[in-house]
Design a protein around this ligand. Structure first.
Ligand SMILES: [Mg+2]
Length: 217
């Protein structure tokens, strides 16, 4: 059965993965990184004084200062869980022939831990690097977070020759507003943002991802 949506994009934190709102906050909290230092970089970003790359490396620096390791980070991530119905939902959509994409500010560690890379065709997210001793040594920031999530959808649609009207997006928070506006159909799932609820085609209540299927198939 062909899907009228040729591309379906998903957010990760709070959408495909539960028990976190933003994985960055979860790991900073677990390592006891001071909220004031984190807030400073975030505020500079939203004030346009620091670009995403600068924010990314400042947040990495704070984690390095706190002694972050692959093992420690994985321990935090292991405390999260896959959203109820995530596996079945992605498999059902996969079977319709839709091109499934993750467009997220999450970490590659999260995507790999939950096997999400095996359930979709393409992943856009942040990457962490580690040295031989397993200490956090750096990273590769995604060019496609927050407002730029929409850009990843547009680039993918253009590459595959799919009109934006035939794309769909599922996300949960304020950082999903622009991509929700760009997609042909957008679903605010497990929604924490009035701004997202306002622009989304539908708000899907509850925390069972299977409930998005009726809109996407
Ligand atoms: Mg999210």
């Amino acid at each position: 059965m062909a899907n009228k949506f040729k591309i379906i994009a998903f957010d990760v934190d709070g959408t495909l993965v539960d028990d976190t709102v933003f994985v960055w906050d979860s790991i900073h909290d677990a390592y006891g990184v001071g909220k004031a230092a984190r807030r400073q970089a975030m505020e500079q970003y939203f004030a346009g004084k620091l670009d995403y790359r600068g924010w990314f490396f400042e947040d990495i620096r704070l984690l390095q200062e706190a002694g972050a390791t692959r093992e420690g980070l994985m321990k935090v991530i292991s405390g999260m869980k896959l959203m109820d119905g995530a596996q079945e939902t992605l498999a059902a959509l996969h079977a319709t022939g839709a091109h499934l994409v993750i467009i997220s500010g999450t970490l590659d560690l999260v995507v790999k831990h939950f096997g999400l890379d095996g359930l979709v065709h393409e992943v856009f997210c942040n990457r962490f690097h580690f040295d031989d001793a397993g200490r956090l040594s750096g990273g590769t920031p995604t060019p496609f977070d927050i407002e730029a999530k929409a850009e990843a959808l547009k680039v993918t649609a253009k590459r595959l020759g799919v009109p934006l009207a035939e794309t769909a997006f599922v996300g949960d928070n304020f950082n999903d507003v622009e991509i929700a506006k760009a997609a042909g159909l957008s679903l605010a799932f497990n929604c924490k943002s009035d701004a997202l609820a306002k622009v989304a085609t539908h708000v899907v209540p509850g925390q069972n991802l299977r409930h998005v299927l009726k809109y996407l198939m």
